[in-house]
Design a protein around this ligand. Sequence first.
Ligand code: PRF
Ligand code: ZN
Length: 377
Amino acid sequence: MEFKIDGKSYNKARACTIKTAHSTIQTPVFMPVGTQATVKALDANDLLDMGAKIILGNTYHLYLRPGSKLIKKFGGLHGFSKFPNSFLTDSGGFQAFSLSDNSKPDENGITFKSHIDGSKHYFTPQSVLDTQYELGSDIMMILDDLVALPNTRERIKKSIERTTKWAEEAIKYHKEQQKKGIGVNQNIFAIIQGGTDKEFRKLSATQLCALEDYDGYAIGGLSVGEPNEEMYETVEWTTDFMPQNKPRYLMGVGTPEDLIENIERGVDMFDCVMPTRNARNGTLFTSFGRVNIKKATFKEDPLPIDSECDCYTCRNFSRAYLNHLFRAGEITYYRLSSIHNIHYYLNLMRQAREAILADNWLEFKKEFYQKRENTGK
Ligand code: PRF
Ligand code: ZN
């Protein structure tokens, strides 16, 4: 993977270019979540129209169904879904921890029960890479050991030790596989853990970033219920221990405000279910804050969701129509609202990049908050 810094602005905000075998990604970037090899309610063409250069897939889900062997037969995630740009796949560590009944980590991996049929499985640092080789993702995440917050210091310490041990095993395995011609175009990211404790974060970051064969580093274990300010402080602290010359990815974050705050703290890449999940629940993002489309006030409103938005939905349809589709439970509503919300996130990142390149980050941020304050949303 090629990586270059195009510009920097206030504090640690940076704009970079990442080149994988399938696309050129300009950062800051938001990666729409496509757990099941589809961004819910959309297909590859919708995503291409919106300019998505990279989306997420989940090893945990695709391993259980339809299985990575089948996906490999179709040319991996790209051939199967027909999304030609990049895929990043999460390792399954987080999903086993959050979705499966009583998942149990030990020194060598994680035992978990399928949320689909209750069958028992075991993920190891090596096995999740094998699955991701078959999926053919451009960026593979390693297996990490997650802990719920708050937790005891002993448990968080254990999580860091395991995550480092697994990261050492994973990079060794990946290099061996690449020598055999497997995964040669695939990149691999390690995941920093450590809760919201500064010493633990420093320890995890220095141990993992010393493994220099990694193509990038992620900050995991945040946005799991801690207050926002603690997340921001932890990110501000952790990015100082991460290299300048590689991408930094904050996993599972967040709201538009979280993205702005963490770009300023040195993060390049984000993913979150928020735009798609909120769309389906009726919450739409606009430059003036959040709008609840089910409200009766929109029943006869001829305006688009956001008059500043140039997405397919806003160019063509009224709030009245979306309000009706939502209330009637029509499938079309999910597509149109998801298009708008993802467009909002992608566009926010494009504007953030421009502000960084023009070195007027603080003005951009001020305007971002000011517009929201005016409506109190
Ligand atoms: N680890 C992994 N995936 C994740 C996370 C993590 O810590 C998070 C935390 N917000 C989201 N997705 N492997
Ligand atoms: Zn729109």
